[in-house]
Design a protein around this ligand. Structure first.
Ligand SMILES: Nc1nc2c(ncn2[C@@H]2O[C@H](COP(=O)(O)OP(=O)(O)OP(=O)(O)O)[C@@H](O)[C@H]2O)c(=O)[nH]1
Ligand SMILES: [Mg+2]
Length: 426
């Protein structure tokens, strides 16, 4: 990628909307806009008239100077009516006027990274924000975007650099007996501390891909407990068959619903009982697998049934309230009594089990492997404490691996790979 040519792209998404946003960034961005009859004022968004095909097009224009733009280069943003023909004409006119070219995928964000405005992991956060499908994914992406991972790893990298410098000084002054740049015990405790920090990040991490799916809520319990009636109530439709014959539901039934503004997958399964034949066994296996994969299990208990042993992601739901008035927390899925409270409780439980906590970092697989590599190299350095040259080599490997997270020491191919997953215009 060259970074001296002005790049131009449509920055708003596809689809129906009243307005579209065209962006140009690079050394000729402002000059090019002027060539089209627009005078750009720094940090001002204003009405303007664009000269195009001999006609005048009313637009809104914003100008960002190099030291105040996302890319770190002069930028112009033009808002116009969302008409594909007009957008295409404006893009072509801007490219001609700026002697520029169409931007490649992720090129605006790549320039931001290359001008030192954001770290590589923060750039990946921009990408993850654009493609987020749910609240948890958005929260994970925003932690990345705010540079939380870079903030956590940079002090570790600085410490490795400090220790490496001392080890190398020791190698350089090996002839001078009385010069000990770093003692074995000092080296060991510094490297151990760095390794522990990396381990903490890895242990407390939330893998970004686990946030991508919608949470799954499985309604489970004994046959006839009222599971399917609750399923239908939450889906707000007669989606599954309900009857007083135990064993009515046989398959795993899934329905995507919204609950308190959250997208969830609701699942109804066969009641748990001792299998009596092959069909029972297969039903039970499917139900068990669904429960194992659930984010949250609603374990339905009808009056007179024994309570299950409590598990972390399980919420016991007392059904058929009308048949057992003594339990305050019970529901009646037939009338809807207690359903509002149950929905609120589910939403609260999902928030606590799905969203990353303030200090939990959402890592992409690339980050995890860089950190694991860094940890392994530090471990290697500790094994080699008697041979300074090998310690230095292992520390350099650790530094390269950790630098890969923030982009300080990232090969061009990896940078190219990261930005190519963006869409054009970002
Ligand atoms: N009185 C009363 N009956 C209920 C209530 N909820 C469900 N039922 C009845 O209980 C029976 C069983 O309900 P289902 O929803 O089919 O139970 P299930 O747990 O899905 O049963 P299986 O699919 O056989 O495992 C049906 O006759 C329902 O009408 C309730 O709150 N009160
Ligand atoms: Mg059922």
């Amino acid at each position: 990628m060259d970074h001296e040519t002005t790049i131009v792209a449509l920055s708003s998404g596809q689809g129906k909307s009243t307005h579209a946003l065209v962006r140009a960034s690079g050394p000729n961005a402002w000059h090019g806009a002027k060539n089209l009859g627009i005078s750009v004022d720094s940090r001002v968004f204003k009405r303007a008239h664009l000269r195009i095909h001999g006609t005048i097009l009313p637009v809104m224009v914003g100008g960002f100077p190099a030291d105040g733009s996302f890319t770190g280069q002069e930028t112009v943003e033009i808002q116009l009516v969302n008409n594909p023909f007009l957008i295409h004409s404006v893009l072509k006119a801007l490219i001609k006027a700026t002697s520029g070219r169409f931007a490649e995928a992720g090129e605006f964000t790549a320039r931001s990274f290359l001008h030192g405005n954001i770290s590589l992991s923060a750039a990946e956060g921009v990408c993850a924000t654009i493609s987020a499908n749910n609240d948890a994914e958005l929260a994970g992406a925003s932690l990345l975007r705010k540079g939380a991972l870079a903030k956590a790893t940079e002090p570790i990298a600085e410490e490795i650099i400090r220790v490496l410098a001392l080890v190398e000084a020791g190698i350089d002054f090996t002839d001078e007996e009385d010069v000990i740049a770093i003692s074995e015990s000092e080296l060991n405790s510094a490297v151990t501390a760095c390794e522990k920090e990396i381990r903490n990040i890895l242990d407390g991490k939330i893998a970004m891909e686990t946030l991508a799916g919608v949470p799954t809520i499985v309604i489970a319990g004994k046959p006839n407990a009222g599971k399917s009636t609750l399923f239908n109530r939450l889906v707000k439709a007669k989606r599954v068959v309900v009857s007083n014959i135990a064993g009515t539901t046989r398959d795993v039934i899934r329905e995507r619903i919204r609950l308190h503004e959250k997208e969830i997958m609701l699942v109804d399964v066969a009641g748990f009982e001792n299998p009596e034949n092959e069909l029972d066994t297969s039903m039970q296996t499917s139900a068990k697998r669904a429960v194992e994969q659930a984010t949250l299990v609603l374990w339905c208990v009808a009056p007179g049934e024994l309570l299950p042993s409590v598990k972390i992601n399980t919420l016991v739901v007392h059904t058929k309230k009308d048949l057992n008035g003594s339990n305050d927390n019970a529901i009646n899925a037939m009338t809807g009594e207690g359903i509002g409270e149950l929905q609120a409780l589910i939403a609260r439980m999902l928030t606590s089990c799905a969203a990353p906590s303030e200090d939990a970092l959402a890592l992409l697989p690339r980050h995890t492997s860089c950190l694991e590599e860094a940890s392994a190299s530090l471990f290697q350095a500790m094994q080699q404490e008697k041979t300074p040259e090998l310690v230095a080599a292992a520390l350099r490997d650790a530094l390269n691996a950790i630098g890969g997270v923030t982009g300080h020491v990232t090969p061009d191919e990896i940078i190219g790979e990261v930005f190519s997953s963006f869409c054009i215009g970002k």
